[in-house]
Design a protein around this ligand. Structure first.
Ligand code: PEP
Length: 258
């Protein structure tokens, strides 16, 4: 079980899904079904739905995240969205360095690091994604990859700067594939990440930092994943698009209500 000083966090990444009407329906259903969840809850709709969803989240029970951002505040960057724009749209958090951004859109350690700096400057809670591919795992390179990604993303900060940072360990082979990491695999990676952060920035920061697991989290597997001591929550893709399933994930380890 998560250490008591780390509040569990369940975040839903909608990716490139949901038109406005679907977004409103989903959020209304989530809000209707919330009953003292054991976790903080975040949803990350596509950019186009942020303002509409923000209007529905005014009571603060669920917080709003974007799925990416640019590091500059404004300027000639066609197609990009900045930190001040996300704040203006009602966001409190932002996902950075998701493996789909790294794979399809060229995000690197350097750009993730710049985005992290910008997110913190604009007081957005950054959810920084890291994780190895299947090839890297099979070549016994998982820890080396995680170390490189952590060092790259977190380079050049003071420990106090990073207090709000959330890390999401998302093995690429588990994202959208239905192949979830076993609870032991998740725990092993999370503990490694926490030790890396401790080595770089001290045990105080590392013990307080929330590390989420992502990769085919479902209502069926969330309870065992969340029973691991270093798993502090989940970043949920596919299963966050249906209210009933997401609500069960949010209320992990609590009996199903009728
Ligand atoms: C994700 O989008 O970060 C993710 C983990 O997706 P899924 O839950 O669908 O594997």
């Amino acid at each position: 079980m998560t250490a008591p000083h780390r509040r569990p966090l369940i975040a839903g990444n909608w990716k490139m899904n949901m038109l406005l009407k679907d977004s409103v329906d989903l959020v209304r259903k989530i809000l209707d079904g919330l009953s003292s969840p054991p976790a903080e809850v975040i949803v990350a709709p596509p950019f186009t739905a942020l303002t509409v969803v923000s209007e529905l989240l005014k009571d603060g029970r669920v917080r709003l995240a974007a799925q990416d951002m640019h590091w500059e505040a404004s300027g000639a960057f066609t197609g990009e969205v900045s930190g001040p724009m996300l704040k203006d749209a009602g966001c409190q958090a932002v996902i950075l360095g998701h493996s789909e951004r790294r794979r399809y859109f060229g995000d690197t350690e350097t750009t993730v690091n710049k985005k992290l700096r910008a997110a913190l400057a604009h007081k957005l809670v950054p959810i920084v994604c890291i994780g190895e591919t299947l090839e890297e795992r099979e070549a016994q390179r998982t820890f080396r990859v995680l170390e490189t990604q952590i060092k790259g993303a977190l380079a050049g900060f003071a420990p106090a700067d990073l207090a709000s940072v959330v890390i999401a360990y998302e093995p690429v082979w588990a994202i959208g594939t239905g192949k979830t990491a076993t609870p032991d695999q998740a725990q092993e990676a999370h503990l490694f990440v926490r030790k890396q952060v401790a080595g770089l920035y001290g045990d105080g920061l590392a013990q307080g930092m929330r590390i989420l697991y992502g990769g085919s989290v479902t209502p069926e597997n969330v309870d065992t994943l969340m029973s691991q001591p270093d798993v502090d929550g989940a970043l949920v893709g596919g299963a966050s698009l249906k209210a009933a399933g997401f609500l069960r994930i949010i209320h992990f380890q609590t009996p199903v209500r009728n």
